[in-house]
Design a protein around this ligand. Structure first.
Ligand code: FES
Ligand SMILES: [Fe+2]
Length: 340
């Protein structure tokens, strides 16, 4: 097992060693050590309200999970039958209850066991073990998050940002589109690139014209960070809010673009883009204009780094104290979670 140490003094610190990205065991361990212990975005609240399904299935860490809604509110439940482990629900639906198609066990939308045929003679039955496991979940603004075993409450991951987004119109956010990008690189390489604006003048010509590189600012919090980009006139052009380990909320004058970074394999990642608009009179211009081009530019450099970290001659590097604060903070969190 590898122990990771990142000096908290950025001037002395070295970056994560390449073994974190190249070793298969570290990739597997990161699922339990990092992803199971942090919060994952499962859906937007209006997804479940508007489509009127009472049950939806988030794509959650290869863990079969259901989000249900009834008059009492939302529930996040295991989607695995407590009898012999069948998957209960395959498609979003507006069912009023859950019935397993294998042997007919029934549950309500709170996950409570209701009935089971041919079990009359079973001793000590039913017990609370026959209910569906409740999975910790939380709501922030328009979004539902869940966690398998959270290291801290959701508000410690997201709460700090509320005052910085005071003027953002969450109420009128409307889902616009979804798109997946496949990246041939480790998930953390994709995130750490996102966490610094250092590369903007080198990698993103178009974006560099829309942002004032000199006034670009990074703030770090317990489990999140915020990068603020200003346009050449000094107005906020974009706020890039990162929730450890893999959620990117990008606030623009026209709305919100969310990137969910999903690890597939050690060197394969899917990045899901979800776009929400809140003001159609604010055209997509400036820093939030051509996200597709910026994404392809980022992918190209991240995929090159993926090749580079496999080199026998590369292990770690150093940080720019003025420009790589976000990446340093991210590496410290990775070390903290992986060493627990
Ligand atoms: S596995 Fe669900 S009722 Fe048997
Ligand atoms: Fe970039």
């Amino acid at each position: 097992m590898h122990n990771f140490t990142i000096d908290s003094d950025i001037r002395k610190a070295e970056t994560l060693p390449s073994i974190f990205y190249t070793d298969k065991r570290n990739f597997e361990r990161s699922k339990d050590k990092i992803f199971a212990r942090s919060w994952q975005l499962v859906c937007a609240t209006d997804e479940i309200e508007k489509l009127k399904p009472q049950i939806i299935l988030p794509d959650f860490l290869d863990e079969p999970v259901l989000i249900t809604k009834n008059s009492a509110g939302f529930n996040c439940l295991s989607n695995v039958c407590t009898h012999r482990g069948n998957i209960l629900i395959d498609d979003p639906c507006d069912a009023t209850g859950i019935r397993c198609r294998y042997h007919g066990r029934r549950f309500d939308l709170n996950g409570k066991f209701l009935s089971m045929p041919e079990f009359e003679d079973v001793a000590n039955f039913p017990s609370s073990k026959d209910d569906l496991t409740k999975i910790p979940f939380g709501i922030w603004k328009n979004f539902i998050f869940a966690s398998i075993d959270p290291i801290a409450p959701l508000k410690e991951f997201v709460g700090v940002i509320n005052e910085k987004l005071e003027n953002f119109d969450f109420e009128n956010l409307k889902f616009e589109s979804a798109k997946d990008y496949r990246v041939a690189a480790h998930w953390a390489l994709y995130c750490e690139n996102y966490l610094e604006g250092f590369h903007i003048p080198f990698v993103h010509q178009g974006l560099n014209d829309a942002l004032d590189y000199g006034s670009y600012a990074t703030e770090t919090f317990s489990y999140s960070s915020l990068q603020t980009g200003f346009d050449p006139e000094g107005n906020v052009a974009a706020q890039y809010f990162f929730i450890f380990p893999n959620l990117m909320f990008n606030f623009y004058p026209w709305g919100l673009s969310i990137n969910i970074v999903k690890p597939e394999k050690r060197d394969r990642t899917t990045v899901s883009y979800l776009t929400f608009v809140n003001d159609r009179s604010n055209p997509k211009q400036g820093a939030g204009a051509d996200l597709h081009t910026v994404e392809l530019e980022d992918q190209k450099v991240v995929e090159a780094v993926q090749k580079g970290i496999n080199s026998r001659f590369y292990d770690k590097g150093r940080y720019s104290p003025s420009k790589e604060k976000g990446t340093h903070h991210f590496h410290q969190l990775i070390a903290k979670f992986m060493n627990r």
